[in-house]
Design a protein around this ligand. Structure first.
Ligand code: SF4
Ligand code: SF4
Length: 55
């Protein structure tokens, strides 16, 4: 299990500094490294676009 970022991402950058395991990468749409994500949910709580959901 891991969280995933969908097309609603506006690349605001809010989530990347919140991840305790640095699993989030920048891009036109940000992405989550499923192998690193620990499913904590912190990033989803910070996303203004509600673009992050459990897979
Ligand atoms: Fe990082 Fe937690 Fe989001 Fe996974 S759910 S990407 S570990 S902040
Ligand atoms: Fe994209 Fe949401 Fe992360 Fe902002 S907080 S970069 S909108 S996934």
């Amino acid at each position: 299990m891991a969280y995933v970022i969908n097309d609603d991402c506006i690349a605001c950058g809010s989530c990347i500094d919140e991840c305790p395991v640095e699993a989030i990468s920048e891009g036109d749409i940000y992405s989550i490294n499923a192998d690193a994500c620990t499913d904590c949910g912190t990033c989803a709580d910070t996303c203004p676009s509600e673009a992050i959901h459990p897979a």
